[in-house]
Ligand binder design. Structure first.
Ligand code: ATP
Ligand code: MG
Length: 290
């Protein structure tokens, strides 16, 4: 009832604004809330198309799950988005920065937890952190404090002096996560962070990802083979006071909705939320999630 009439709408210079321009602006505003935009992206290796015309968006503060069988193209997609390999066609934007045109800005905005474990195994946990702190220009005065905080966050304080090669698989993943969050990036891209871990250890990694979402409001793209991981993320929150992940009431879903893509042979075969995924009638998807 109190809505202004079209003729009353004025911009800051007092000039009337056309409805079409207003709707364009609201579209731009909606885009601004996207942390990641992938637009018809393609990766070819010779005649083979590893990623075939994929588009999706990840909203700010959301965890977006990317699932799919071995060889589906998940890591190839992440490698393009993190500037590691050239894009054959289409585009990707990270916080508005075009990956192909402004790779440096993209690298400054993201933290990456790669699929292969890339921590230097001969170095201690602390040395692994310290190299990254230097690489990412954390000022010398801040470095020790930053490393102390990180080790606390990933629960490795006791192990700071241990050589990385003496740690278990789960602990090494924690080292990789600590390194990726050293600059407190706006966006984290995790490639199979629970791959090869037992279910209990996997849950400790999921807890760290949920902590980044709920405490630091980081947007994340998560590649995983484990639908259970995504399910835990959608049904738990991180409680700061208790310093642990707590389940929501039965049937409740996390405030930040989770969206999923399932890839197969480079193409999207599912795009939707957890409930839609559970209801899918597609035979392949039913088998994949069972
Ligand atoms: N450098 C390359 N040259 C040629 N083909 C490649 C190259 N890298 C990846 N591929 C192919 O692209 C396809 C997608 O590989 P990718 O590593 O992205 O799969 P993925 O979904 O990450 O699988 P996984 O779940 O096993 O990690 C595979 O068929 C792979 O063999
Ligand atoms: Mg992979």
């Amino acid at each position: 009832m109190n809505e202004p009439r079209q003729a009353d709408l004025k911009n800051s210079n007092g000039v009337s604004v056309a409805a079409s321009e207003l709707s364009l602006r609201s579209e731009i505003a909606a885009d601004a809330a996207n942390a990641i935009e992938v637009d018809h992206i393609v990766k070819k290796y010779g005649d083979f198309t590893a990623v075939d015309d994929i588009s999706f968006t990840v909203k700010e503060e959301e965890i977006f799950g990317l699932l799919g069988p071995n060889g589906a193209g998940k890591s190839t997609l992440i490698r393009m988005m993190t500037t590691l390999i050239p894009i054959t066609g289409g585009a990707a934007r990270i916080m508005g920065h075009d990956v192909a045109r402004d790779p440096d800005a993209v690298r400054r905005t993201i933290g990456v937890i790669p699929q292969a474990l890339t921590s230097d195994l001969d170095l201690t946990v602390e040395e692994n952190m310290s190299i990254y702190a230097k690489l990412y220009d954390v000022p010398p005065k801040r470095r020790k404090e930053a490393i102390d905080e990180l080790l606390e966050t990933v629960d490795l304080t006791k192990w700071r002096g241990a050589q990385t090669k003496t740690l278990s698989g789960g602990m090494r993943r924690r080292v990789a996560i600590a390194r990726a969050i050293i600059t407190q990036p706006e966006i984290l891209l995790y490639d199979s962070p629970t791959g090869g871990l037992d279910p209990v250890t996997s849950t400790t990694i999921v807890e760290l990802i949920v902590k980044q979402r709920d405490v630091y409001k980081t947007s994340s793209l998560l590649v995983t083979h484990r639908l259970q991981d995504a399910f835990i993320m959608a049904t738990h929150y991180f409680d700061r006071k208790a310093n642990k992940m707590i389940p929501l009431e039965t049937g409740a879903r996390c405030e930040v909705p989770m969206a999923f893509l399932i890839l197969r042979e480079g193409k999207i075969i599912f795009d939707g939320d957890m409930d839609e995924l559970a209801k899918s009638k597609d035979e392949y998807i039913k088998e994949y999630i069972s």
